[in-house]
Write a protein that binds this ligand. Structure first.
Ligand code: DGL
Length: 264
């Protein structure tokens, strides 16, 4: 039994898609979330900067003594998982890539899997490396850099978003994939648009649920569950854009209080 919160972080509002699933899977757990909205996007930045920002984000969360930290960002999961594990030993880190790969392998029938993500995630080759451990899998990748600012702007389902998604996904459609990994935590906001374009026969994989199940398993195995908590949620952002509130409402269907931190 451990009442300390689960720490969750991302470059912006993307990781809130992970918060949403964690609440469902682990309703008693307290959550501390940090979204670095002042410096988003990370996915267009270099490895050096992504590592620097990740470390600063984690140092902010550590003040709240989390029992486990979820790297709710595929860009940071690609470049910083091992780096953070080596640098900070007092807390366990869970990334969003491994559970997503396992889910995709379990679902694909024709062994053709697509991965879309930020430019940094796709060029890290992390997904390709992990899929290469399985026999006969062909991976098609595509970076979709405009998706992150579109989501931060709150344009989840409109005509322009559809046109941009259609442009990015046109090659992917021709590849005959049966499974598409949303390799960025901002992309679940665009899931409906992406599913419409890819067609209903393509499985769309969202890391948020998969990582929540993995975290639940770890907490149980390590006897770190909070069995009597009220599921307190504390959201922190490094800047409050006019869209933060709208995004929270879109995702959770209700208002959730959030705070501005100038500590990062
Ligand atoms: N949501 C993040 C990801 O999963 C990062 C997006 C960005 O900052 O570019 O990759």
């Amino acid at each position: 039994m451990n009442e300390n919160p689960i720490g969750i972080f991302d470059s912006g509002v993307g990781g809130l898609s992970v918060v949403k699933e964690i609440i469902k899977v682990l309703p008693k757990e307290n959550i501390i979330y940090f979204g670095d909205t002042a410096r988003v996007p990370y996915g267009t930045k270099s490895e050096r900067i992504i590592k620097k920002f990740a470390l600063e984000d984690v140092n902010f969360l550590l003040k709240y003594k989390p029992k486990l930290i979820i790297i709710a960002c595929h860009t940071m999961s690609s470049y910083t998982t091992e780096f953070l594990k080596k640098k900070i030993k007092k807390v366990k880190f869970v990334d969003v890539i491994e559970p997503t790969v396992e889910k995709a392998i379990g679902l694909t029938k024709n062994k053709k899997i697509g991965v879309i993500g930020t430019t940094a995630t796709i060029s890290s080759n992390r997904y390709q490396e992990l899929f290469s451990k399985y026999n006969g899998i062909t991976v098609y990748t595509k970076d979709c850099p405009l998706f992150v600012p579109i989501v931060e702007e709150g344009w989840f389902e409109n005509k322009i978003t559809y046109e941009i998604a259609n442009f990015y996904l046109s090659e992917m459609k021709k590849n005959g994939i049966d499974t598409l990994v949303l390799g960025c935590t901002h992309y679940p906001y665009l899931k409906k648009t992406i599913q419409d374009i890819m067609g209903k026969n393509v499985n769309i994989i969202d890391a948020s649920y998969e990582v929540s199940v993995k975290v639940a398993k770890i907490l149980k195995e390590e006897k770190l569950e909070n069995k009597s908590g009220n599921g307190e949620i504390n959201l922190f952002f490094s800047d409050i854009s006019p869209h933060v509130e709208k995004t929270i409402y879109f995702l959770f269907g209700k208002k959730i209080k959030y705070n501005l931190t100038k500590n990062v």
